[in-house]
Design a protein around this ligand. Sequence first.
Ligand SMILES: *[C@@H]1O[C@H](CO)[C@@H](O)[C@H](O)[C@H]1NC(C)=O
Ligand SMILES: *[C@@H]1O[C@H](CO)[C@@H](O)[C@H](O)[C@H]1NC(C)=O
Ligand SMILES: *[C@@H]1O[C@H](CO)[C@@H](O)[C@H](O)[C@H]1NC(C)=O
Ligand SMILES: *[C@@H]1O[C@H](CO)[C@@H](O)[C@H](O)[C@H]1NC(C)=O
Ligand SMILES: *[C@@H]1O[C@H](CO)[C@@H](O)[C@H](O)[C@H]1NC(C)=O
Ligand SMILES: *[C@@H]1O[C@H](CO)[C@@H](O)[C@H](O)[C@H]1NC(C)=O
Ligand SMILES: *[C@@H]1O[C@H](CO)[C@@H](O)[C@H](O)[C@H]1NC(C)=O
Ligand SMILES: *[C@@H]1O[C@H](CO)[C@@H](O)[C@H](O)[C@H]1NC(C)=O
Ligand SMILES: *[C@@H]1O[C@H](CO)[C@@H](O)[C@H](O)[C@H]1NC(C)=O
Ligand SMILES: *[C@@H]1O[C@H](CO)[C@@H](O)[C@H](O)[C@H]1NC(C)=O
Ligand SMILES: *[C@@H]1O[C@H](CO)[C@@H](O)[C@H](O)[C@H]1NC(C)=O
Ligand SMILES: *[C@@H]1O[C@H](CO)[C@@H](O)[C@H](O)[C@H]1NC(C)=O
Length: 696
Amino acid sequence: MKLCVAVLLFYMFQVIHGQPDYQGFISIDCGIPLNSTYQDSITNIVYVSDYGFITTGENRIISSDYMEPSLAKRYSNLRFFPHGPRNCYTLRSLVMGNKYLVRASFYYGNYDGLGKPPVFDLYLGTNYWHEVNYSDAGAFNWMDIILVVPTDYLQVCLVNKGMGNPFISGLDLRPLNTTLYPEVNASQSLVLVNSNRFHMGPTDNSIIRYPSDPLDRIWTTYNAIPNCTKISATSPMHNNLRDVYDVPPSVMQNAATVNSSRIDFSWNPSDPSANINSKYFFIFYFAELQHVPSKAVRQFDIIVNNKTWNSRPYTPTFLFANYFSGVVQGMENYSVSLVATKNATLPPILNAMEMYLVKPITAVATDPEDARAMMAIQDNFGVVKNWMGDPCTPKTFIWRGLNCSYPPANPSEIMGLNLSSFGLVGAISTNFRDLKALQYLDLSHNKLSGPIPNFIGELSSLMFLDLSSNDLSGPIPYSLLQRSQNGSLSLRVGGNPNLCGNGTSCRTVRKKINGTLLAAIVVPIVIAITLFVILFLLRQALKGKAKRKATGHEDGSALLGSREFSYKELKHITNNFSQEIGKGGFGPVFLGYLENGNPVAVKVRSESSSQGGKEFLAEAQHLTRIHHKNLVSLVGYCKDRNHLALVYEYMPEGSLQDHLREPLLLVNHSLGSSVFRSPLMLHKVLSICTSPVSQH
Ligand SMILES: *[C@@H]1O[C@H](CO)[C@@H](O)[C@H](O)[C@H]1NC(C)=O
Ligand SMILES: *[C@@H]1O[C@H](CO)[C@@H](O)[C@H](O)[C@H]1NC(C)=O
Ligand SMILES: *[C@@H]1O[C@H](CO)[C@@H](O)[C@H](O)[C@H]1NC(C)=O
Ligand SMILES: *[C@@H]1O[C@H](CO)[C@@H](O)[C@H](O)[C@H]1NC(C)=O
Ligand SMILES: *[C@@H]1O[C@H](CO)[C@@H](O)[C@H](O)[C@H]1NC(C)=O
Ligand SMILES: *[C@@H]1O[C@H](CO)[C@@H](O)[C@H](O)[C@H]1NC(C)=O
Ligand SMILES: *[C@@H]1O[C@H](CO)[C@@H](O)[C@H](O)[C@H]1NC(C)=O
Ligand SMILES: *[C@@H]1O[C@H](CO)[C@@H](O)[C@H](O)[C@H]1NC(C)=O
Ligand SMILES: *[C@@H]1O[C@H](CO)[C@@H](O)[C@H](O)[C@H]1NC(C)=O
Ligand SMILES: *[C@@H]1O[C@H](CO)[C@@H](O)[C@H](O)[C@H]1NC(C)=O
Ligand SMILES: *[C@@H]1O[C@H](CO)[C@@H](O)[C@H](O)[C@H]1NC(C)=O
Ligand SMILES: *[C@@H]1O[C@H](CO)[C@@H](O)[C@H](O)[C@H]1NC(C)=O
C-alpha cells in the first residue's frame, strides 16, 4: 500500500513537471487549476494541468447551458489565448525520430458568451497541422495527427487568424511503435480532422479508447451504412501480430453486414478546408466473426471510388483482423462498395475503418541545437515576449530579438541576438555557447552579473559583442581581448564598473570593496590565519621532537605562496594552449594571460617527456629556492591528475629558453640524488625535498 502511494506520487510528480507519464503518455486537461491533476474515471488516465507546458493563456469554464452531468471533466473547462498571434504548448522528453499520436480536443460550450466558435490554425512547431473550424458550439471535436517527431520536443501552436481567440480543451500525446502506420515517416504525417475512426458496435455514440485500445485512439460508432445489421463475435478475438495498424480486438469484435449482396456507402470529409488536392488515406478492417458453415462462402471485393483494391476475391479470417489500405484523392465525396462475388453465399462485412488526411511535413524548422539553446535561455531568464513555438520559423512569428538565416531546405540558424534592455538578470547563461552560428550578440542594458564566461570568446562566428551597461565583473577573457585587438570582433564592455582587464588591473577594483564586504571577507580570513598559525606552531613543536630522532629536514614552504592552477584554468589562461613560444627541457612553453592581464609563460610537461612527475616537481622546487640573476620567477604550478605544468612570469625580452636553461641543468644535476622518493602531493614532495640543493 505504501509502495503504491509512493509509486503514484512518483508518477504524479513526473507529470506535474511537464513530462510524459510512465507509459509515455502526456494528458493535459487544458484550463484546470495550475498544478492540479485527477484520474479520469473511465480511462483511468491521469490528466494534468497546463502547468509546465505553456506560460500564456487564461482558463475558463464553459457556459452552464452546456454543462451536462455526462460531460467528461476535460470538456468542462478550457484555456484560451486573447493575446499574441501564436501561443504554443511544448511537449518535452520525447524520443527524436519516434512516432507519436497527438490529439487536440475542442469543446467550445459558449465559454465566452459570444455564441460563435472561433476559427484558428493549429501548427506542430513550424508545420501547419490544420484549421480548427468546428461550428457546433455543443459538439466534442478532436483532431489527431500521427507523426515522426524531428526533435526531442514538440510544440503545438494555436495561431489567431483574426476570427476569434483560439482555445483548447485537451491535449494528448501517445507514443506509437515505429513499425505502426508505416505511411507515417519524417516527411509525411496522417491527420484525423474529424472523428473519422470507426467501429461497428451496435450502440450509437459508443466510444472505444484506452485501455481497450492501448494506443488510446478514439473509435466512434459508424451509423451511415444503409440498411445494415450489426453482428458480434461469438468467440474472443485475437490480435494479429502482422497488423501494422494494431487494431484492438475490442474494435474488431463487431461488424456491419447487410441482407443483400453489397454494402454501399459514401463518405464525405466534412472539412471546409478540403479541396481537390486533398489526399486521404483509408484503412478498412475485416474479420470473420461467425462460424461459417462448411458449404457457405463469404467472399467479396473492396471497391473505393470505382477502383478494386483486392487483387483476389477476399475472404475474412475467422477472429483475426486483416486490412486493406490505400490513398485516394480528388473527391468531395468518396464511395465505398463491398460487393459479394458470384461464388459467395454470405453477404460482405465491415468491422472498422479509418480515414486520414495525408499531410506532407515539409517546413524546415530552426536548427534543433539552436532551438534548444534558445528555449533554455528563455527558461534561464524568464523571457516572455513572443517567445513561443519555433524560434525562427515561420518567419512571421520569429522570436523578438532574433535574426535568423533561412537557407533553402536547411534548418534556420540564429545569426543575431539582440537582447538589449530585455531585463535579463543574473549570470550570462552557458546556453549561449550552443548558438554556433551567432554573429551578433547584444546583451547591453541588462542586469547581467558575474564574470564574462570564457566560452563567449569561443563562439567562432561572433563579430559583434555588446555587453555594455550591465553589472559584469572580473577580467575580460583573453580570447575576447585578443579578437578585439586583431579586429575580428567588435567588443563593447563599457558601463560595467567592476570589469577589469582592459588597461585597468583587477587589483584596483578590490580597493573599492565596501565596509560590509570587507567584514564578510576579512574577518573569516583573519580567523583562518590565526587558526593556521596556531596549528603551524603546534606542528613545529611536534616536528622538533621528531627531528631529534630523524635526519632532520627543514620544513620548507617556499611554494606555499605560489598559486596552484587547475588544468582547466591553464587552458583558459593560454586560450587552449594556442600560442607556443618555445620549448623547455621537457615540453612546450605557451604564452598566456592571467586574470589581471599579466603575461605568463606556461611550461607543460609533454606526454612524450622522459621526465616524470618527480623531476618536474624538482624543477619547481629548485626554481623557488634558487635565486638566480637570470631566472624568471615562478607564479604557480599545476598538478592536476596527469597534467604537470609550471607558470612563470613572462619575460618578453630574449628567448625564454635562455631564461629556463639554467634551472633545468640544476634539476638534471640533482637527479642523481635519491631524495625524490615520494611522487605524491606536491606539498608532500616539497616537504621532503627542501634541502636537495645543499646535498650537491
Ligand atoms: C506549481 O508547482 C511548481 C513546482 O511543482 C511550483 O513552483 C509552482 O509555484 C506551482 N504553481 C502553483 C500555481 O501552484
Ligand atoms: C468554417 O466552416 C463553415 C462550415 O462549417 C464554413 O461555412 C466557413 O466558411 C468556414 N470558415 C473558414 C474560415 O474556413
Ligand atoms: C514494436 O514492434 C516490434 C515488432 O512488432 C516489437 O518487437 C517491439 O516490442 C515493439 N515495441 C514496443 C515498444 O511496443
Ligand atoms: C515517406 O513516405 C512517402 C510515401 O510512402 C514516401 O514518398 C516518402 O519518400 C517517404 N519519406 C521518407 C523520408 O521516407
Ligand atoms: C433499405 O431498405 C428499404 C426497405 O427494406 C429499401 O426500400 C431501401 O431501398 C433500402 N436502401 C438501400 C440504400 O438499400
Ligand atoms: C435480414 O433478413 C433477415 C431474414 O432473412 C430478417 O430477419 C432481417 O430483418 C433482415 N434485416 C434487414 C435489416 O432487413
Ligand atoms: C463510378 O462509376 C460509375 C459508372 O461507371 C459512375 O457513374 C460514377 O460516377 C463513378 N463514381 C466515381 C466516384 O468515380
Ligand atoms: C455522395 O455520393 C452519394 C452516392 O454516390 C450520393 O448519394 C450523395 O448525395 C453524394 N454526396 C455529396 C455530398 O455529393
Ligand atoms: C467459384 O467457384 C467455382 C466452382 O466451385 C470455381 O471454379 C471458381 O474458381 C470459384 N471462383 C472463385 C473466384 O473463387
Ligand atoms: C538581421 O541581419 C541582417 C544582416 O546581417 C541585417 O541587415 C538586419 O538588419 C538584421 N535584422 C535585425 C532585426 O537585427
Ligand atoms: C538592439 O536593439 C536596440 C534597441 O532595442 C538597438 O538600440 C540596438 O542598436 C540593437 N543592437 C543591434 C546590434 O542591432
Ligand atoms: C579598452 O580601453 C580603451 C581605452 O582605454 C578603449 O579605447 C577600448 O575601447 C577599450 N576596449 C574595450 C573592449 O572596451
